[in-house]
Design a protein around this ligand. Structure first.
Ligand code: PBG
Length: 336
């Protein structure tokens, strides 16, 4: 046995392991997702996401203060509107669910960053991420298949809704629909209305993943027909993810987001090595649900499994993680 090949020397005690630890987690690594709905004083639990709930706007002030107190710097918002329609108009209405939620959070916790998930699937009655080609409305294009997600018509609406959210106080707009040109269109719309200071965190590489299943219950946004494979990336494709990332950088993204997280560690690593933008990963609803399900069966310890997943995501290259475990992790880390 060679005297030099003994890496176990550095694992001997907790102190030395801590000294040589390469990756650490802190509360300010996390972004906490919130599901917001109309009504009063209601916290409606989401069955497939234990511990998570839809909150009414009046409960957001206290929630925002608690999140801030834990040392978490940002929330990302998802809205359940009172009414859905073909073009998702709640998303660009001043008194829509998200603009109202943004104002409530900013009034209660002005320093907490508010990220607005910019997509139409929660607001359209068909559940797709924008305007769908249909003979029933004036955007109909007979050359394209019925049911096709109209790209450029949707870009206009994304720009319009982003300005409304920025006006309400959103610090960061996070387009998540995987439409071609969405970052450039939103940047132009924001700049045109005096919001050059509002940042864009682009869902640059978002796979068409089954791991979003529980979220679609939570946000009441499953597609009414078909799936999202025409706009989200095939999870088999690593090079295509890099192409999407390069396009979003070119269009002016300030930060990049990759999702899902654990199934995309190679994509996260590629992104980290190919650019210098801050990089976020989204540990999605299905990743959260899986860990809870196994813990519930007594098959895994929740805290250990959650923290190991989170540290692996960070080790792969993420600077920050959107996670339903954000508050739990901040509490666990405080006690560690
Ligand atoms: C789209 C959006 C989705 C998620 C975040 N933004 C759903 C989808 O693309 O179907 C999923 C997040 C999760 O699963 O936790 N608005």
């Amino acid at each position: 046995m060679s005297p030099v090949n003994r890496p176990r020397r550095l694992r001997l005690t907790p102190a030395i392991r801590r000294l040589v630890r390469e990756t650490t987690l802190q509360p300010d690594d996390f972004i906490y997702p919130l599901f917001v709905r109309h009504g009063e004083n209601r916290r409606i639990p989401i069955d497939s996401m234990p511990g998570q709930a839809q909150l009414t706007i009046d409960l957001l002030a206290e929630e925002a203060r608690e999140i801030s107190r834990l040392g978490i710097q940002a929330v990302i918002l998802f809205g359940i509107p009172a009414q859905k329609d073909a073009i998702g108009s709640d998303n660009f209405s001043d008194d829509g669910i998200i603009p109202s939620a943004i104002r409530a959070i900013k009034a209660a916790a002005p320093d907490l960053l508010v990220i607005s998930d910019m997509c139409f699937c929660e607001y359209t009655d068909h559940g797709h991420c924008g305007i769908v080609n249909s003979p029933e409305h004036d955007r109909y294009n007979p050359r394209l298949p019925a049911g096709y997600l109209l790209n450029d018509a949707t870009l206009e609406m994304l720009g319009r809704a982003s300005v409304v959210h920025a006006c309400a106080g959103a610090d960061i707009i996070a387009p998540s629909g995987m439409l071609d040109g969405m970052v450039g269109a939103i940047r132009a719309a924001l700049d045109g209305e005096g919001f050059a200071h509002t940042a864009i965190m682009s869902y640059a590489a978002k796979a068409a993943s089954v791991f979003y299943g529980p979220f679609r219950d939570a946000a009441e946004s499953p597609p009414g027909f078909g799936d999202r494979a025409q706009y989200q990336i095939d999870s088999a494709n690593r090079r295509e993810a890099q192409r999407e990332i390069a396009l979003d950088i070119k269009q002016g993204a300030d930060m990049l987001l990759i999702k899902p997280a654990l199934p995309s560690l190679d994509i996260i690593r590629d992104a980290r090595e190919s650019c210098n933008l801050p990089l976020a990963a989204y540990q999605v609803s299905g990743e959260y649900a899986m860990l809870h399900a196994a813990a519930n069966m007594g098959w895994l310890g929740l805290q250990g499994a959650a923290l190991e997943s989170l540290i692996s995501i960070k080790r792969a290259g993420a600077d920050m993680i959107i996670s339903y475990f954000a508050k739990d992790a901040a509490n666990w880390l405080e006690r560690a």
